[in-house]
Design a protein around this ligand. Structure first.
Ligand SMILES: [Zn+2]
Ligand SMILES: [Zn+2]
Length: 400
């Protein structure tokens, strides 16, 4: 259970603000909110539990919009226990807001996952669990040739009877569908009506299919460069002349956002730098896309539901599909943030924007979470100089 809201004061910190670092920072937390951000000299400390950040960083908690599991559990296992364990394992890695993400699978498995998530989300107010604003409906509407490590049997085209039953739960905050599938346009229109962030993923879509999707409300593409179209894949589909792909569509359209798996296994440092420089921190999110193998030993696991999901191996640093392809990450967001710092020219403000504020904005949560600002929820991380996580503060309560 959470300890009741006590006043916390973090001092001797470098605060990672939206636009700058504030050294010698002093942060007062009251009633679960950030009540004051000042410097040591000007602070108005009036009691409360003191936490010495020892010249480390204080930053906003992470917001993960694409994540499948952790601690040995996949959200698609569909039990409250699985949702709890996976959420707790990501909280230990600094994720204070999480969107449990479906894979391909049977409709009754997706419903079980949504129900279990809803029930845990209700109790997360009293427990130390990340905020769960909703579900990312990711699988099953993928293109047959871009299923990736998901179970191919669990893939299908969108049908209104099926997806209406998901949207009617009121919990789908992010909705994915490959743009070239029959029925995708209607899916996007329904998702837009329900206020979801609409994404195109696991897709070999052409420029024209992306334009149709955009007109119907699609604004985001999942894990850039992974399981998406490129000029070569479209040439194989349509022949000459070569055509622009999802990649060019995102790069050229300032209203489009996307995400990278920055685990140093999916994308090389120069691709991470390219994504940061060409797309920018206000349109690029860091996601973990993490499987159940987070904090688990190397070995065989199931991606998706424990019974019907697909097999993969965790090497301890990444998931590997039997085909030899990659099968999602096995890392928490704290790892992604360290990789971005090491591999790119992004500043700490940029990196935390990509890990917190941008995903918060895209899912309509920016007024409550995503940055260190007075009045926002006190979801904070204390990290050392090497960005190793020391403490997680969730809703003003010290975790662990
Ligand atoms: Zn994927
Ligand atoms: Zn994924």
């Amino acid at each position: 259970m959470k300890n009741s809201h006590e006043t916390l004061v973090i001092h001797n910190a470098i605060a990672v603000l939206k636009d700058r670092l504030l050294p010698d920072a002093f942060i007062r937390i009251e009633n679960g909110r950030i009540a004051e951000i000042s410097t040591e000299i000007e602070n108005s400390w009036q009691g409360g539990r003191k936490i010495d950040a020892e010249q480390g960083f204080v930053a906003p908690g992470f917001v993960d919009i694409h994540v499948h599991g952790g601690g040995g559990r996949d959200f698609m296992d569909g039990t409250e226990e699985a949702v709890r364990v996976a959420c707790q394992s990501h909280l230990r890695h600094g994720t204070t807001t999480i969107f449990p993400t479906t894979t391909t699978g049977l409709a009754n498995e997706i419903h079980a996952m949504i129900r279990a998530t809803a029930s845990v989300a209700m109790s997360s107010v009293d427990e130390l669990l990340p905020r769960i604003p909703g579900v990312h409906l990711y699988g099953p509407y993928f293109a047959p040739d871009k299923v990736g490590c998901h179970s191919a049997e669990g893939r299908r085209n969108p049908t209104p009877e099926e997806y209406h039953s998901y949207f009617q739960t009121g919990l789908i905050r992010i909705a994915t569908c490959a743009a070239e599938l029959p029925g995708s346009e209607e899916f996007y229109r329904v998702a837009r009506k329900h206020g979801s962030l609409i994404t195109c993923g696991h897709s070999n879509a052409s420029w024209h299919e992306m334009q149709m999707a955009f007109d119907a409300g699609m604004r985001h593409v999942d894990h850039f460069w992974c399981a998406m179209s490129n000029v070569a894949s479209l040439r194989a589909r349509f022949g000459a002349p070569m055509q622009a792909s999802m990649e060019q569509f995102v790069l050229m359209n300032s209203q489009m956002s996307t995400e990278v798996i920055a685990d140093a296994e999916h994308l090389s440092p120069e691709l991470l730098e390219f994504a940061f420089r060409m797309i920018g921190p206000s349109r690029l999110c860091l996601v973990t896309d993490c499987s159940r193998a987070l904090d688990m030993p190397a070995g065989p696991y199931k991606f998706g539901n424990i019974h019907t999901g697909s097999e993969f191996q965790s090497s301890g640093s990444v998931g590997l599909a039997p085909s030899g392809g990659l099968a999602s990450s096995v890392r928490g967001m704290d790892h992604m943030v360290r990789v971005m710092r090491k591999s790119t020219s992004a500043t700490l403000c940029d990196i935390f924007q990509m890990a917190s504020l941008t995903p918060a904005r895209l899912t309509g949560l920016e007024d409550r979470i995503g940055s260190l600002e007075v009045g926002k929820c006190a979801d904070l991380l204390i990290l050392d100089q090497n960005l190793k996580l020391k403490n997680v503060i969730l809703d003003g309560c010290l975790v662990g």
